[in-house]
Design a binder for this molecule. Structure first.
Ligand SMILES: Cc1ncc(COP(=O)(O)O)c(C=O)c1O
Length: 388
């Protein structure tokens, strides 16, 4: 057990949005933002609201906002500034990146995705396959703990595999994938490692070189920032791609060629503030606190609820999917909502997971992030007991 001090009261004081009776256990769907993010966005709109590259002070400030955001993204992902870029959200970025790659694929090429993926990392491949006559193969999940079945993934690889697309962590059941191992298998097969890090990003550090992935996409609104998408693209991989973009926009830095049109500068300002916020806490403290909350929840989840996924805090983030034998997830979520506890019913676009587990109504999902408290864990456990 880590002994890192974590003052959750002091953390919550940095979020005006948390000054309500609501227990926000809907972090997997999007987190609240600290006041520093709101202030950075307002300051950007007040003082730096111009297009880029103009010969006047406000435009120079806008240039600085965008430059600082790329630097913050590089720090967050342990990448170079040239290899990180922004877009509207993960899904939109993934459609753009997969299409750019598609220009070098041929009919019969194969893509491997997993049953654990959010549809944002499945549908873009299915659409591309439809356009180009590609083959999409699904790596299965291990039913007992809802982790990626790496042996099955290995069986799906062949000489025609061009991409292995997989989640760093599942937004439905919380399991963490062995990212480096899967990237290694992809590379051994001559394929790209294409990672959806949306669900992992609020919970732990990302070092793209350490896990050796080629493309990684995440969404700052899931980690205390504004609505925005962020990606890493390995230079050697994407420098030969021709993105769909307007002609006058620059091809360098390499990732920036995928930033089509004008970005939301105010969101970039908020993103930089979110990264600074995370840096001020440190991952060790965040993870120790999340682990404690997750374990408390696992220890207290009453009968007759059934948990799907890893039954301990080893190899998972504190996102929990469970069902009640009689009450559908929608009913449970509504009853919790009446008690001011925010959770989510259904499939949360993890359609493959729910289909594979035979759950047409999905599950009830709740997730803890570092700003949640022991009291909130106890509150939801008491409510679940009440509704049991
Ligand atoms: C694991 C995962 N991948 C992708 C997405 C899609 O992200 P975005 O809303 O940024 O398109 C989500 C959103 O919930 C997610 O949880």
């Amino acid at each position: 057990m880590s002994t890192v001090a974590f003052d959750v009261g002091a953390v919550r004081a940095r979020f005006s949005a948390l000054n309500t009776p609501t227990a926000f256990l809907d972090g997997p769907g999007g987190t609240q933002v600290p006041d520093s993010v709101i202030e950075a966005m307002a300051t950007c709109l007040r003082e730096a609201n111009a297009n880029l590259g103009g010969p006047f002070e406000t435009s120079r400030r806008a240039d600085a906002v965008v430059g600082e955001a790329h630097e913050a993204a590089a720090r967050l992902l342990a990448a170079s500034r040239e290899e990180v870029g922004f877009g509207q959200n993960m899904t939109t970025l993934n459609f753009a990146l997969t299409r750019a790659l598609g220009r070098e694929l041929e009919a019969g090429d194969e893509i491997v995705v997993t049953r654990l993926d959010h549809d944002g990392n499945v549908a873009p491949w299915l659409e591309l396959a439809r356009d180009l006559d590609l083959v999409v193969r699904f790596a299965d999940l291990n039913e007992e703990d809802c982790t990626v079945d790496v042996d099955d993934l290995q069986r799906q690889l062949c000489g025609r595999t061009r991409v292995v697309a997989f989640p760093w962590a599942s937004n439905a059941v919380g399991s963490i994938s062995p990212v480096r191992r899967i990237a290694e298998l992809a590379h051994d097969a001559g394929a790209l490692a294409w990672v959806d890090a949306v669900h992992y990003a609020p919970h732990g550090p990302i070092d793209v070189a350490a896990v050796d992935v080629d493309i990684l996409i995440c969404s700052p609104y899931k980690f205390f920032g504004p609505h925005l998408g962020l990606f890493f693209a390995r230079r050697e991989v994407v420098e030969r791609w021709r993105p769909y973009k307007v002609r006058p926009s620059a091809d360098e830095p390499v990732a920036h060629r995928f930033e089509t049109g004008t970005l939301s500068h105010e969101s970039l300002a908020g993103f930089t503030a979110a990264v600074e916020y995370l840096e001020s806490l440190g991952w060790e403290a965040i993870q120790a606190h999340e682990r404690e909350l997750g374990q408390r929840f696992l220890d207290g989840l009453p009968v007759p609820y059934r948990l799907y996924g890893v039954p301990s805090m080893e190899g998972r983030v504190p996102t929990f999917a469970f069902t009640h034998p009689d009450r559908p997830p929608e009913e449970l979520a509504a009853l919790l909502g009446e008690r001011d506890i925010a959770t989510w019913p259904g499939n949360y676009y993890a359609v493959e997971v729910m289909e594979r587990l035979g759950l047409p109504d999905g599950t009830l999902r709740l997730g803890f992030v570092h700003y949640n408290t022991r009291d909130e864990v106890d509150r939801v456990l008491a409510a679940l007991q009440d509704l049991a």
